[in-house]
Ligand binder design. Structure first.
Ligand SMILES: *Cc1c(COP(=O)(O)O)cnc(C)c1O
Length: 232
């Protein structure tokens, strides 16, 4: 087995075990390979092993990669910070944006997506700064419902609000990580009750903490270094 296939196998096994511990089906968890800074060859190795979801945090770096794999019809997830004036290349290129941190950005993405002809809907997740860490982007938990209410006041053609995302603590102990993940899950449940069943996705968990995130309900985990090896 190649190193890539060994790493992928190990991650898939850990995903499945974490899901089972929580009484969930492993298929409920989508593994997103975070390929930022990784080469086309490294991505190709995972594509050949059946990985279909990739995450990138900078549009400029991602565009040539996405173009290269156009024929493979992969799912590309934008996970980095995005300014509302830098949205032009996102719809039609990425299928998901996990890092929507304002109503303004969501509207701007909808506008650009609406200009695309016949393209599929861009799926959006609201990024939440669960820990209210001033060094992090994202809505504060108390801003989530008002932001969604604001967004739902006008129809948003071209985009679909699908759920919430958070970036956990760096090197946090498991209890803290778990508390922030369960906090996000409670917020999603609140959104579902208020705004409907389209709120179903929880993007949380990275290389260090994806098993805890799955136990707390993650439907998407974003794994980079544990899958590719360390970033160059
Ligand atoms: C880089 C990154 C990841 C992956 O981090 P690893 O620790 O390498 O797994 C996940 N989510 C976001 C938002 C990132 O920027």
């Amino acid at each position: 087995m190649s190193p890539a296939s060994e790493r992928l196998d190990a991650i898939r096994r850990r995903v499945a075990e974490a899901a089972r511990r929580a009484g969930r089906a492993p298929e409920e968890v989508r593994l997103i390979a975070v390929s930022k800074t990784q080469s086309i060859a490294a991505i190709q190795a995972l594509v050949e092993l059946g990985v279909r979801d990739f995450g990138e945090s900078q549009a400029q770096e991602a565009l040539p990669k996405i173009e290269h794999f156009r024929a493979a019809t992969l799912n590309w997830h934008f996970i980095g910070h995005l300014q509302s004036n830098k949205t032009r290349h996102i719809p039609g290129t990425f299928q998901w944006v996990h890092s929507v941190d304002s109503a303004r950005l969501a509207r701007r993405l909808a506008e650009v997506a609406g200009e695309g002809v016949g393209s599929q809907q861009l799926k959006l997740l609201l990024q939440v700064n669960v820990a209210a860490d001033p060094a992090k982007h994202g809505l504060l938990p108390r801003e989530v419902y008002p932001t969604v209410e604001d967004l739902l006041r006008q129809p948003l053609a071209g985009v679909q609000l699908c759920g919430l995302m958070t970036i956990g603590y760096l090197h946090a102990d498991e209890d803290r990580a778990r508390a922030s993940f369960s906090g996000l899950r409670d917020l999603l449940e609140g959104c579902r009750q208020r705004f409907g069943d389209s709120f179903r996705e929880l993007s949380m968990g990275m290389s260090d903490d994806f098993e805890t995130a799955i136990e707390e309900g993650a439907t998407m985990v974003r794994v980079g270094t544990a899958l590719f090896g360390s970033r160059g």
